[in-house]
Design a protein around this ligand. Structure first.
Ligand SMILES: Cc1ncc(C[n+]2csc(CCOP(=O)(O)OP(=O)(O)O)c2C)c(N)n1
Length: 657
């Protein structure tokens, strides 16, 4: 292995050596602890340390790094106290996740590190978000995101690189090509010659370097980071290296040919660098022993201190409390003047006021800039707020939602418009695993509002008509609004932008231009978790939301019924008090929703009522929902599918019960 020291001083070389030695020694100790059953899993980075260490050493300490499961060297080079790392790995409160997540699955703002979620690729898009924040604020910083070669097969890799290229973001993507993804060799992972070549397809500059040569890694990153800080753009670097141990310790390396192991053993990054420093008379045996002894003391004492700490216990209340960043609704009363607004205008106004109030709020979505979005909600915003804050995106829901979380990591706010809520499937992972879990896991809130134009009665077929809130109401860590009228739409949307937690905001397309009302001018907010009584009544309650409110009102008026209509307004949190109160008043409940019946939120509400309001009931809680089929296109079929078709019968059968 050839080392080129350039202008590095002896001290700098020794410091790189020490930075390489430390993770190696920690790992060797971890392997012992694993055998003793003191830690549960270990993903070894032995033989790959030059990449983590070289990259981290080349960056400024406040530049963000998005590491993977084998990047211990990132954490040690950022000087994270070992007690905190050991506490993390042993699920203790001295770690970074209060025992809630394992291994390297954590972030720390203090150290500007954002660890992975298990799904590998998603943090590449978060790095885009941080890069975007740097660029928008002209901060002259670079961000680094790691992936294994296996992770490059995920869609997120392609989306994240493409977004970084289109937006020219200051992000360095590093592929650690270590030969195997679990047991899968590179020949079964990709077909191109070199992964670095993929960058060319995205218009990204690319490099391939020896990932086992610490000086090559350090020099490359130092040089390029300097360039990218001044002239923001992405870079893709493929680092050749090898995984010397099993995927995780228990799985072994039987499937790896011995000659490959032998070949790479000779290229060990630590011993080669050590030999070089010895040859150059910069390092001797005695000094190595001294460094090793110092590391040993540090490791042993941190382990002993960690052993003294108990596994945490916490009450269910405390656990639930940490789902969200604490946020107190502040009442902003509506102004006394009003204007006649359609549902769609009210939403537009809400976004407009939020953009004025929060100058760090960035809007992202397909065709939302010059074109104004397919529903024209953001029409004119690009001219008013600039192309930086009103951003057209490529068609890549996952990367954009991930970038939204990246903006939050930098203290900014994001709104992501789904062109149709149906397309949220392509961003599902980022929502349910990243946005929803990040505060609970490591205290980082996702200040992202995902707008969801949803719903049927528009004859648009299975992929432009779904109302898919139940996919998300089941996921702890999300707040969900589903307004039914212009007043609520504006007030709840403005509240969503005040609240720093992740919010899914459902907007029924059929309401956009079909309903209008007097809406207060200016800024006001409506708290989440407060239902509204749309219409009072005494014989039966319909508990519903969205378009269901209008179906219920139509029925009430047409049939001249004395029924109460409760509009939930938000589905997470739910207003249980309002549910209890209406059951106590009427004794009969229909839960109505446009979503399919099975597994819909109606089942949850019905279960709650039977558990908590049983003595107030004068009949079974009934659900009225759409068919358990996809939503069809043709008018008659769609009518047949929708819950509205069965509402009258359901109400009468309960009234007559
Ligand atoms: C989406 C997803 N699919 C499968 C896995 C299981 N898994 C964990 S690591 C891994 C291999 C990853 O290979 P690579 O990206 O090359 O990283 P390496 O482990 O080699 O460092 C697999 C298949 C996962 N974590 N996430």
């Amino acid at each position: 292995m050839k080392f080129k020291r350039d202008k590095l001083s002896d001290d700098q070389l020794l410091s790189l050596y020490r930075a390489l030695l430390k993770p190696r020694m920690i790992e060797e100790k971890m392997l012992v602890l694993l055998r003793q059953g003191k830690i549960s899993k270990w993903f070894s980075g032995i033989g790959q340390e030059a990449i983590s260490v070289g990259v981290t050493a080349a960056l400024q300490s406040d530049e963000y790094i998005f590491p993977m499961h084998r990047n211990l060297g990132v954490f040690t080079t950022r000087d994270i106290p070992l007690e905190r790392l050991f506490g993390q790995w042993q699920g203790k409160d001295t770690g970074f996740t209060k025992g809630r997540d394992r291994s390297f699955h954590f972030g720390t703002q203090e150290h500007h590190i954002v660890g992975m979620i298990s799904h590998l690729g998603p943090q590449l898009s978060l790095a885009d978000g941080v890069g975007l924040a740097h660029k928008l604020k002209s901060e002259e910083k670079v961000t680094v995101a790691f992936t294994g070669e296996g992770g490059t097969s995920e869609g997120e890799f392609h989306e994240a690189l493409n977004v970084a290229a289109v937006w020219q973001l200051p992000v360095i993507f590093i592929i650690e090509n270590n030969g195997y993804g679990l047991s899968t060799p590179t020949s079964e992972q990709y077909y191109c010659e070199h992964l670095a070549d993929r960058g060319i397809g995205y218009g990204i500059e690319t490099l391939r370097i020896d990932g086992n040569n610490i000086l090559e890694v350090y020099r490359t990153i130092s040089k390029w980071a300097k360039r990218i800080r001044k002239d923001p753009r992405p870079l893709l670097i493929e680092c050749d290296t090898f995984r010397m141990r099993g995927h995780e310790e228990a799985s072994g390396t039987k499937y790896v040919p011995q000659d490959l192991m032998d070949y790479w053993a000779k290229k060990d990054p630590l011993t080669n660098f050590e030999d070089y420093l010895k040859e150059e008379k910069i390092l001797d045996k005695k000094t190595i022993e001294k460094y090793r002894a110092q590391n040993k003391i540090e490791i042993e004492s941190a382990l002993a201190n960690t052993a003294r700490i108990n596994i945490p216990e916490r009450s269910p209340e405390e656990e639930i409390e940490d789902l969200f960043l604490p946020y107190e609704h502040i009442s902003h009363a509506p102004s006394s003047t009003t204007s006649d607004r359609r549902f769609i205008d009210a939403i537009k106004d809400g976004i407009d006021y939020a953009m004025e109030r929060h100058d760090d709020l960035v809007l992202m979505g397909q065709d939302i800039a010059d074109y104004g979005g397919v529903f024209k909600i953001t029409d004119g915003f690009m001219d008013k707020y600039g192309k930086g804050r009103v951003r057209n995106t490529p068609i890549c829901e996952s990367a954009i939602i991930g970038a939204g979380l990246g903006l939050s990591i930098k203290g900014m706010k994001a709104m992501v418009e789904m062109q149709f809520s149906d397309f949220v499937t392509c961003g599902f992972n980022q929502i349910v695993n990243n946005l929803a879990k990040s505060h609970y896991r490591w205290g980082q809130s996702a200040d992202v509002v995902v707008r969801m134009p949803c719903g049927g009665q528009v004859e648009a077929g299975p992929f432009h008509s779904q109302t898919n809130e139940a996919w998300f109401t089941h996921t702890p860590g999300l707040k969900i609004a589903y307004p039914s009228n212009p007043h609520d739409a504006k007030g709840l949307l403005m509240e969503s932008f005040e609240d720093p937690n992740p919010i899914l905001f459902f907007e029924h397309k059929a309401l956009y231009r079909s309903i209008r009302a007097e809406v207060p001018d200016g800024f006001y907010t409506i708290p989440f978790g407060k239902a509204a009584i749309t219409s009072e009544g005494s014989t039966l309650s319909i508990i519903t939301y969205g378009l269901g409110v209008h179906w219920s009102m139509d029925l009430k008026e047409k049939e001249n019924l004395d029924i109460e209509i409760v509009d939930l307004r938000t589905l997470a949190p739910l207003d249980y008090d309002a549910i209890k109160a209406t059951v106590a008043k009427t004794g009969k409940v229909v839960v109505l929703h446009e979503d399919s019946m099975f597994g819909g939120i109606g089942g949850e509400i019905a279960a709650y009522i039977s558990e908590h309001c049983f003595h107030d009931l004068d009949g079974p809680v009934m659900r009225c929902a759409s068919l358990d089929t996809p939503i069809p296109f043709s008018k008659n079929l769609e009518t047949n599918y929708l819950a509205s078709k069965r509402l009258k019968n359901t109400v009468y059968s309960l009234l007559e019960y």
